[in-house]
Design a protein around this ligand. Sequence first.
Ligand code: ZN
Ligand code: ZN
Length: 368
Amino acid sequence: MKAAILEAPATDLLVDRVDIQEPRSGEVLVRLAASGVCHSDLHVVHGTQTTPLPAVLGHEGAGVVEAVGPNVTSVKVGDHVVLSWTPNCGQCAYCQSGHPNLCQVVYAKMGTGLLMDGTSRLSRSGKPLYHYSFISSFAEYCVVPESGCVVIEPGIPLDKAALVGCAVMTGVGAAINTARVQPGSVAAVIGAGGVGLNAIQGSRLAGAASIIAIDVNPAKLARALVFGATHVINAAEVDAIAAVRELTKGMGADYTFEAVGRPETMRQCWEMARPGGTVVMIGIAPAGSELSLPANRVVREERHLLGSFYGSARPHIDMPMILNLYMAGKLLLDELVTHRFSLEQINEAVHSLESGEAIRPVIVLDNR
Ligand SMILES: [Zn+2]
Ligand SMILES: [Zn+2]
């Protein structure tokens, strides 16, 4: 098959022939229809997050089941699937208590670049290649754990469904699952990219009365209005914390979300919430960075500081729910796909996200 390989940080991806093995026990071979390009892929390309290389990147994919390995019971050949990058063991305390996104069995293996049995199904010219986040969707096919396959209705366009595999689940889930935004509340979202727009539409779906979008890119702020923002703040022009307080009678927002992944904006996010409000951190900050907060006010002002990993997802419940909302016309997916590329154009796709020109570049992998 063809796949895009990252050999070293800060280099272009290389599209080449790659060998993929048959799925083993508990694994599924998926013919990919489409893959989004996400900032987490960019972090690896830039070297600010590490994963074993050379690897096939991509972790926001959807496609059709081509083959199943032994002992696979929940999916069958021909099923349409969205791929989850948090497969789960189903047995640990987190899985058993409804938090499969925190499955510690999977978490321990997430950074290894290998599948659950500690081996790879990918190679080039006889030399092994690493997987990425159990998916590797910059490719025509992928072998993934069965528990990472979420079966969806066959009528749903797979190029849109792919985005539910990362950005949409992460943003919508942060609002609905992690923050549990209440009707009539005020939400503020820092960062109006793929994830932030989905925190905005998740807040809209949960019934927030006011949703304030904060970014430094006017084009992104204009798009935020389409997804449900009621106010926008250009943080390049004004003091964003003061602007949020001004819009909330000096109080601060009931819910604030950080979808950038920088300690400075995380601190701003905390300051924008009202005392007793809920602060949700979504963006992945560079490894080793630290967040500083005023220790005295952390206690006195009782903000609830929550991390949100993959939108606190229960992928097999939440992804079909999100797609039901899309099919009912209540959740926007088409508007996220601003650019389309072939696999050969993968580096152009990466640059379109880097420059902020694209909300979500989608790699179309199968036109059949
Ligand atoms: Zn992602
Ligand atoms: Zn588990």
